[in-house]
Design a protein around this ligand. Structure first.
Ligand code: AMP
Length: 397
């Protein structure tokens, strides 16, 4: 990967390697309920160990209020990690100070150690130079494999990278490569699908994408605001009436940037927001006052599929409808499966991520068939917004 130091050029033998990872996994009844994030970092951890490094893991967990708190301890995660690695993982009850030093002194080449939640120190989120110095003293080399935390300039994500020889881990590398191919150096035509509930949470993203993509396909609740901005009646639909002017501006800017915005032409409407609520398919001009739009209709899906057949690159964030409620998952499922098919046939590079997107694609059963699915929420969205991610910047060669 040009422009970044990767593990290819890291001298790791006998080194104390501080590895920033994402272990912010969901836990239910003391058990990790989704180990995707653990799975993603295994190649990096194994490679460092195989090359003779002492693997010292740094991570945050939850949102502690700047002091130790049992509920946000990483201790149970060490056991889960050991299970997935098939190797023991030691644990230190503080990420700096005597507990960390003593545990690191005991490490042999190829051993693993997880340090306690970095956010138990107030200095972590402040990127405090004193904490950065304490952390840096524990290692010889720094590897960042946590793209999902790279939008924050914290001590363990940005500060450390400026203090020690810094390298992108394999998961970080894969993420940067996928996002660069999709958005910075795409093979055109390039399309983006942006769905989800609200325009308000995605204003910057839409603004940036209209400058970059050839087609911006808008779905989900946010499409309602655009339909209303075009003077259509959307009944009881989720709609941000205070953003109609903003939506019009986005439509106008897209035109000026030669970006074609694609909105639904037909929709599935119901009177209640619940699964299997009686529904009907109507044109976008035919929504009754007591109805709400819960999904895009079959003509809209056909239009999007015809468009996808002409593009080479696709970026996807957000569902087409209220996909958690059957049958209002139909458009999301259909378009996701079509994108997966085109990807499988080698006709499309597809990159998806952010928020509910991963669960929507899992729901459609096709997450594995996209070229790349990012598990990062905020960092993925900030990349789509065109923002500089400090944790990524700090890894540049
Ligand atoms: P986001 O987190 O912004 O990606 O939004 C995802 C959420 O948007 C999901 O929970 C969907 O159920 C919801 N959503 C999508 N389309 C609609 C719609 N037409 N009306 C209400 N909610 C929707």
């Amino acid at each position: 990967m040009s422009g970044f130091h990767t593990l290819d050029s890291a001298d790791l033998k006998g080194k104390r390697v501080l590895v920033r990872v994402d272990l912010n996994v969901p836990v239910e009844n003391g058990k990790v309920s989704d180990a995707t994030r653990i799975e993603r970092i295994l190649p990096t951890l194994r490679e460092i160990a195989d090359k003779g490094g002492k693997v010292i893991l740094l991570a945050h967990f939850g949102r502690p209020k700047g002091g130790p708190d049992e509920a946000n301890s990483l201790r149970p995660i060490a056991a889960a990690l050991a299970e997935h690695l098939g190797r023991p993982v030691a644990f230190a009850s503080d990420c700096v100070g005597e507990p960390a030093r003593a545990a690191i002194d005991r490490l042999a080449e190829g051993d693993f150690l997880l340090l306690e939640n970095t956010r138990f120190h107030k200095g972590e989120e402040k990127n405090d130079p004193a904490l950065v110095a304490e952390l840096a003293a524990l290692g010889d080399v720094y590897v960042n494999d946590a793209f999902s935390a790279a939008h924050r300039a914290h001590a363990s994500t940005e500060g450390l990278a400026r203090k020690l020889p810094a390298f992108a881990g394999r998961a970080m590398q894969a993420e940067i490569e996928a996002l660069s191919k999709a958005l910075d150096h795409p093979t055109r035509p390039l399309a983006a699908v942006v769905g989800g509930a609200k325009v308000s949470s995605k204003l910057e993203l839409l603004g940036n994408l209209t400058k970059k993509v050839d087609f911006l396909i808008i779905g989900g609740g946010m499409a309602n605001t655009f339909l209303a901005a075009q003077g259509r009646r959307v009944g009881k639909s989720l709609c941000e009436n205070d953003l109609l002017a903003t939506a019009r501006e986005i439509l106008n800017n897209a035109g000026a940037n030669k970006c074609r915005i694609v909105l639904p032409v037909d929709v599935v409407v119901a009177k209640e927001f619940r699964a299997h609520s009686p529904s009907r398919v109507v044109g976008v001009d035919e929504v009754a006052d007591d109805e709400m739009i819960l999904d895009a209709g079959p003509r809209s899906v056909a239009e999007v599929e015809a468009l996808l057949a002409t593009v080479k690159t696709l970026v996807w964030n957000g569902p087409f409808g209220a996909f958690e409620l059957e049958p209002f998952d139909a458009a999301t499922n259909a378009v996701a499966r079509d994108a997966a098919r085109l990807t499988g046939e080698g006709k499309l590079l597809s990159v998806a991520g952010g928020g509910d997107t991963v669960s929507a694609l899992n729901h459609a059963g096709v997450a594995e068939q996209f070229t790349y699915v990012s598990t990062a929420g905020g960092a993925f969205l900030e990349w789509l917004e065109g923002k500089v991610l400090p944790g990524v910047e700090a890894l540049r060669a």
